[in-house]
Design a binder for this molecule. Structure first.
Ligand SMILES: Cc1ncc(C[n+]2csc(CCOP(=O)(O)OP(=O)(O)O)c2C)c(N)n1
Ligand SMILES: [Mg+2]
Length: 318
């Protein structure tokens, strides 16, 4: 089922919230208010919303260090996300995880993961659990195109097909793994072909087209829920900012990035809304609402306490 046209303004607001979240983090980072690393998803907001929105709260999602947008689209509150970035006790991981460890079990977020491809077998395991319990939940994993060169990716895909796991694989192919173009490291750059080789339905989708993404993920989730097994979706996209803060971006030209900006998913959904009759003022109104969400999240985070030293010993296994 495609996304209902009436929901497109809400999707636009959600994508703006994600963009503004990342912009705010960048400025906090530059002011020295955020520790650790930060891998922005600017330019990839349509893959995030197109993946998160077709899913139920009870469905599972694993994502990567570039997963702020996916977590927000899956239902993580902007307040808990911002507080986590600022290391506050009210953060989604009590301020102990930071940018690369967004987790929110109530919304099915089993954890972002900094290890390339590690979320893929985790999601396959969650899918196996759902299957064994007969719960009709689906597990979705989002990963970059670099993950398809990892062994665990192939082990997970093989078992997912053999066991018909309710798993949806979403590859965000943004053409680069860190500073290396994928064609220099990968024998078959169209990653969906690798998934197809395991005997599952696999397709390439325009990852900057919110509606195309939503439809593909919705269909794959329905297929999984009805016992059809895993599906792979290769979402073609582009990260408009560097791999992480401080990336000098010497591996790509300014021209290439400028061309990619023409294909900005926010610009594209804005144009689509314009075609549907929404005025520029209506779009600005949605953007202002997104500003308010982020301002509220930032105030909440800045007013929240830091963890106490004793908190270091809570929520650990040993
Ligand atoms: C197993 C492993 N090897 C290497 C790294 C270092 N590393 C961090 S991000 C990254 C690139 C991954 O690229 P891709 O999967 O395309 O995701 P993107 O960053 O483009 O979203 C690498 C190699 C890592 N985190 N984990
Ligand atoms: Mg990549």
């Amino acid at each position: 089922m495609p996304i209902a046209e009436e929901r497109l303004p809400d999707a636009y607001r959600q994508m703006q919230v994600i963009r503004k979240f990342e912009e705010t983090i960048r400025s906090l980072y530059q002011q020295g208010q955020i520790r650790g690393s930060f891998h922005p998803c600017v330019g990839q907001e349509a893959t995030a919303v197109g993946t998160g929105w077709p899913l139920a709260d009870s469905d599972y999602l694993t994502c990567t260090y570039r997963g702020h947008g996916q977590a927000l689209a899956k239902g993580l509150s902007p307040r808990a996300a911002m507080a986590e970035m600022l290391g506050r006790r009210t953060g989604c991981s009590q301020g102990k995880g930071g940018s690369m460890h967004f987790t929110d079990v109530a919304h099915g977020l089993l954890g972002a993961n900094a290890i390339v491809a590690a979320g893929v077998p985790h999601a396959a395991g969650a899918a196996l659990s759902a299957q064994m319990r007969g719960s009709k939940q689906v597990a979705v994993t989002v990963f970059g195109e670099g993950a398809v060169n990892q062994g665990v990716f192939h082990e997970a895909l093989n078992l997912a097909v053999i066991w018909k796991l309710p798993l949806v694989l979403v590859c965000e192919n943004n053409l680069y793994s860190e500073m290396t173009p994928s064609h220099e490291t990968t024998s078959v750059v169209e990653t969906y072909k690798r998934a197809a080789a395991y005997g599952m339905p696999a397709q390439q989708v325009d990852g900057n087209d919110l509606e195309a993404m939503y439809s593909a993920v919705e269909a794959a989730a329905a297929h999984a829920r009805s016992g059809g097994g895993p599906t792979d979706i290769e979402a073609m996209t582009y990260r408009l900012w560097g791999h992480m803060m401080g990336d000098p971006e010497v591996y790509r030209t300014k021209d290439e990035v400028a061309r990619a900006r023409e294909n900005d998913p926010l610009k594209r959904l804005g144009a689509r809304l314009g075609d549907l009759g929404y005025s520029a003022a209506a779009l600005s109104g949605l953007e202002a609402e997104a500003d308010d969400v982020i301002a509220d999240a930032l105030k909440f985070a800045q007013d929240s306490p830091l963890p106490e030293p004793a908190d270091a010993l809570t929520d650990v296994f040993v």
